[in-house]
Design a protein around this ligand. Structure first.
Ligand code: DGT
Ligand code: CA
Ligand code: CA
Length: 587
């Protein structure tokens, strides 16, 4: 059941919508939608405040009329006026306002002149042909847009992988920063928080006054934009084709333009998460202040707003990394000055899971090693697939023996530059046994054990399977433990607590596979692992040129888990890592 605040906000919202469609009192529309916003954003529970006119009217933004209606709701559980408004329009009508491109005037028109009472009715009419084109202000173009909107609404729940959205967002920000009058530009939302999937791209621009027209104009004309949903002085929304080639995925991108004096407060607000915002706003309220996307206010006076640092500082906090802003205890840590020093991309100095042309990679051992040198790494492990991975050209025992020789040859050649370790990504078979005998695993420097087939196994079997693999004395790293592919394959659901406990006992590292399809361990599991004292390995599972760039997604996910460089073996200095790898084997 939703909170009283949320229920009440929904009632006011509905009242505003119906008034909008009826269209005879714009004042009431504004009053109700404001009430919805204020109540919805209220940190205090209105039910706790109770039906007390005086107290309610003390709330910023609530006047007498709204306070009366809140009292009525708190005493009777409803607002009579709301029920009366509901009787004036068909039940499904307000739902039409959610369709992009449909405003209250058009909804009223569709209802009164075409008998359309809900979204289904509209879809039906659109299927029948262009009958609606005769209505004033409709036209063929608008109808076509409506068809697209409705189709999009059916697929809009699709979230995209961070690997698809982040490069585009970086490019978008570059473009926006070039526009005349733009002083600051960033991406915000879940993308800035480094979430594994993204609902939409939130962009923010801080600009001088009077340039918004030019900024929104440049925005809607960008390559990749397939459709303009809205354009205004403070907010514009478009749809973009992330592939740039007309075959999707399509996501929405929202651009907000604010004055530079509010930029920090807006960046804070639109970065979220919503839960974090609520908690932070409460902190402001506790100090007798008010925090919103325009700034931190003491009455009407702005106390901070230009930068995030400034707002945090006034609230007695250090700047919090966006990846931690999820209201999972980070505010308490920040308060005590105990925020972890999160890992950074530059801290990673080794790749411990990579493939070559010996199995399904696209580069030779030497090319892989040189790519690692190029990135500034001091160590790379060559870990081609094992024999059961037939599709991936997995190595037979004989071929692995020869491959080890080849790796050792390159290792000697590059000794002064980089440590090249001979390894294998050895398959964990369904029963938890490994794809090579111990006598062969013993020959390797690094054994990366990973599940591939049998990924729809039931949880108890999966747990036993992974634990058995961890307990093999030659295993160094358990790679992509669930085998999930985001949005495609769920993978195993083992009892992570048990798997982590087994890794802790054996001193085996758990991989956080950085490939944006995988991000496996996921953030919450990575957190559990480090809390149990288990080391992580952040690897890209590189198969060829460009793949090492996936590292950024692994690092973002690790940061969401509160991981520091001390938790990650890929951050160890060269000699220390060599020693750690040796020590883990044969236990
Ligand atoms: P997404 O797009 O589903 O991946 O997730 P977000 O976090 O990017 O969410 P989005 O795009 O709906 O909104 C962006 C940020 O704006 C969100 O993280 C926090 C802020 N925000 C949006 N709506 C609300 C709200 O109703 N209340 C508060 N406090 N903050 C909000
Ligand atoms: Ca978003
Ligand atoms: Ca958004």
């Amino acid at each position: 059941m939703a909170s009283t605040n949320a229920q009440l906000a929904a009632v006011f919202e509905r009242m505003a919508e119906i008034e909008q469609i009826l269209g005879d009192n714009p004042f009431r529309v504004n009053a109700f939608s404001k009430a919805a916003r204020v109540v919805g954003d209220l940190a205090q529970d209105v039910a706790q405040i109770g039906p007390d006119m005086e107290k309610l009217m003390q709330i910023e933004g609530i006047g007498k009329g709204i306070a009366q209606r809140i009292c009525e709701f708190l005493t009777t559980g409803k607002i009579k006026e709301h029920d009366e408004l509901l009787k004036k329009v068909p039940k499904g009508l307000p739902g039409l306002l959610e369709v992009p491109g449909l405003g209250p005037k058009t909804v009223a028109l569709l209802w009164k002149h075409a008998g359309i009472e809900d979204v289904e009715g509209l879809k039906e009419k659109l299927k029948q042909g262009d009958e609606l084109a005769h209505l004033p202000g409709m036209g063929a173009k608008k109808l076509e847009n409506l068809r697209k909107s409705l189709l999009f609404a059916e697929t809009a729940h699709v979230r995209v992988r961070i690997g698809q959205a982040l490069p585009v967002a970086v490019w978008l920000v570059e473009q926006l920063r070039k526009v005349k009058g733009v002083e600051r530009a960033d991406y915000a939302g879940s993308l800035r928080r480094g979430k594994e999937t993204i609902g939409d791209i939130d962009l923010l621009v801080g600009a001088e006054e009077g340039v918004a027209e030019g900024v929104s104009g440049a925005f809607i004309q960008l390559r990749l934009v397939t459709e303009v949903l809205a354009r205004g002085p403070t907010k514009s929304s478009v749809r973009m084709d992330l592939s740039g080639e007309g075959d999707g995925p399509i996501v929405q991108a929202d651009l907000r333009i604010v004055g530079v004096e509010s930029y920090g407060a807006a960046l804070l607000y639109f970065t979220g998460s919503k839960e974090f915002n609520v908690a932070l706003r409460q902190r402001a309220i506790d100090r007798g202040w008010r925090l919103n996307e325009y700034g931190l206010f003491d009455g009407k006076r702005m106390v901070a707003g230009g930068t995030e640092e400034e707002v945090f500082k006034k609230l007695g906090l250090p700047w919090l990394p966006p990846e931690m802003r999820e209201d999972r205890g980070e505010l308490a840590l920040a308060e005590k000055g105990k925020l972890p020093a999160l890992i950074e991309l530059k801290d990673i100095r080794a790749e411990l899971h990579a493939h070559t042309t010996a199995s399904d990679g696209r580069w030779s051992v030497r090319e892989l090693a040189l790519a690692a040198v190029e990135r500034g790494f001091h160590t790379v492990a060559v870990t081609d697939h094992s024999k059961s991975q037939v599709i991936a050209n997995g190595l037979s025992e004989q071929r692995l023996q020869e491959h080890i020789e080849e790796v050792r040859r390159v290792a000697r050649e590059l000794k002064g530059t980089i440590t090249v370790l001979a390894g294998s990504e050895v398959d964990i078979l369904a029963d938890g046994s490994l794809d090579y005998p111990d006598s062969l695993l013993k020959e390797l420097d690094v054994v990366v054990a990973a599940p591939h087939g049998g990924l729809s196994q039931e949880p108890a079997k999966a747990t036993a399977r992974l634990i058995r693999a961890i307990e093999n004395p030659y295993v160094t790293i358990l790679a992509h433990p669930t085998g999930r592919l985001i949005g495609r394959r769920e993978g195993l659901s083992p009892d992570m607590k048990e798997v982590i406990a087994a890794a802790a006992r054996r001193g085996v590292a758990l991989e956080l596979n950085a490939n944006s399809w995988r991000l496996d361990l996921r953030d919450t599991h990575a957190r559990m692992a480090i809390d149990a004292g288990v080391k992580l390995a952040i690897n890209t599972d590189a198969h060829g040129p460009g793949d090492l760039d996936q590292l950024v997604y692994g690092v973002l996910t690790a940061r969401r888990a509160g991981v520091t460089k001390q938790d990650v073996i890929n951050c160890m200095p060269r000699a220390a890592l060599a020693k750690w790898v040796k020590a883990t084997r044969g236990n």
